[in-house]
Design a protein. Structure first.
Length: 264
C-alpha cells in the first residue's frame, strides 16, 4: 500500500472512531491540509467502512446550499455527503442524544429518486428522475472539536452528516412550485427558526444540477430509491431533549422525539 493511501486510511479511521466513540478530534490540521479531491476520497473511504459493517448508503445530502452559509464559510460551492441506513430515524420515531457529540438540527427538503441516474445526462436528467418530495429534518454533528472545520475537513467528515428523518412523500411535480414555502423548525417544544424554502438556492430544485456535477466530479452514484437532502432552509439549532419537528407549507411535517443526555 502506498504511503499516501495508508495515511488517508488512517485519517478516515480517526473520523470513524470519533463518530462511534463520541470523542471529537481535537487537532484537525491533517484534515484541513487535504485537497478537495482527497477530502472526497476520504469521505468515500469512511462510507466504505460503514458499508462493511452493514451500514450501507441510502442517499446523499447537500450542504452550503444557502447563500448565507456560503458567505459565512467564505466558499462558493455546495458540498455533498453520503447518507447511510443507520442515520435514518423513522418519521415519528425517536433518537437518543447519547450517540452524538454536539448535535444540531435543521429543517430540509428531501427528494427521492425513482430511477438510477445516468451521470452523463444533461442537467435536466436528474430533475426527471425525481419521483417524490417531502419535508425532512437533518441532524449534523461535526466530528471536530468546537464544530470547527474548513471546506476540506468538513467534506472528509462526510459534511457533518449524522442522522435524518423524512416525512410522508408526495408526488414530485417538476413544474410545481417549491419556491418560497414557509418552513418552521420546532426543537424541544419551542419554535427555534422560521424561514423559507427560498433559502435553498432560491428553490430546492436548483440543487439538482449542482448535485449531478458533483456526482460526476467526485465519484458519487445516484440510484433509484435514494434520498437527496437538498439543504437547510434555516440555520441549524442545538438539538435538545424533547420534540423536534420540521413543517413545510403545502408539504406537511416530520417529527421525532429526542431522548437522553448529550455527551458534548
Ligand atoms: O447539512 C449541512 O448544511 C451541513 C454542512 C456542513 C457544515 C456544518 O456542519 O454546518
Ligand atoms: Mg443539512
Amino acid at each position: 500500500m502506498r504511503d499516501s493511501e495508508h495515511h488517508g486510511r488512517a485519517l478516515a479511521a480517526r473520523l470513524d472512531e470519533a463518530q462511534s466513540t463520541g470523542i471529537p478530534i481535537e487537532d484537525s490540521t491533517d484534515f484541513e491540509r487535504l485537497s478537495l479531491d482527497e477530502a472526497y476520497r476520504m469521505q468515500h473511504c469512511l462510507i466504505r467502512r460503514r458499508a462493511e459493517r452493514g451500514d450501507g448508503p441510502v442517499g446523499v445530502k447537500l450542504g452550503f446550499t444557502s447563500k448565507a452559509k456560503m458567505l459565512q464559510m467564505g466558499v462558493d460551492t455546495v458540498i455533498v455527503g453520503s447518507l447511510t441506513s443507520s442515520m435514518l430515524i423513522e418519521d415519528g420515531g425517536s433518537v437518543s442524544l447519547d450517540g452524538f457529540i454536539h448535535p444540531r438540527i435543521e429543517p430540509e427538503i428531501a427528494f427521492r429518486l425513482g430511477a438510477d441516474v445516468d451521470l452523463d445526462g444533461d442537467d435536466a436528467a436528474l430533475l426527471n428522475d425525481i419521483d417524490g418530495v417531502a419535508p425532512a429534518l437533518e441532524i449534523i454533528d461535526s466530528r471536530y472539536a468546537g464544530f470547527a472545520f474548513t471546506l476540506s475537513s468538513v467534506v472528509a467528515d462526510n459534511t457533518s452528516a449524522s442522522a435524518f428523518a423524512v416525512g410522508p412523500w408526495q408526488r414530485f411535480n417538476r413544474d410545481g412550485d417549491l419556491e418560497n414555502r414557509a418552513v418552521r423548525l420546532v426543537v424541544g417544544d419551542t419554535v427555534r427558526a422560521v424561514g423559507s424554502t427560498a433559502a435553498i438556492l432560491g428553490n430546492p430544485s436548483r440543487v439538482l444540477p449542482f448535485l449531478l456535477r458533483a456526482a460526476r466530479t467526485h465519484g458519487f452514484t445516484l440510484n433509484a430509491g435514494d434520498v437527496i437532502l437538498a439543504g437547510a432552509a434555516t440555520a441549524a439549532t442545538p438539538l435538545v431533549e424533547g420534540f423536534a419537528e420540521a413543517r413545510v407549507a403545502g408539504l406537511g411535517r416530520t417529527a421525532i422525539t429526542v431522548e437522553g443526555v448529550s455527551r458534548g
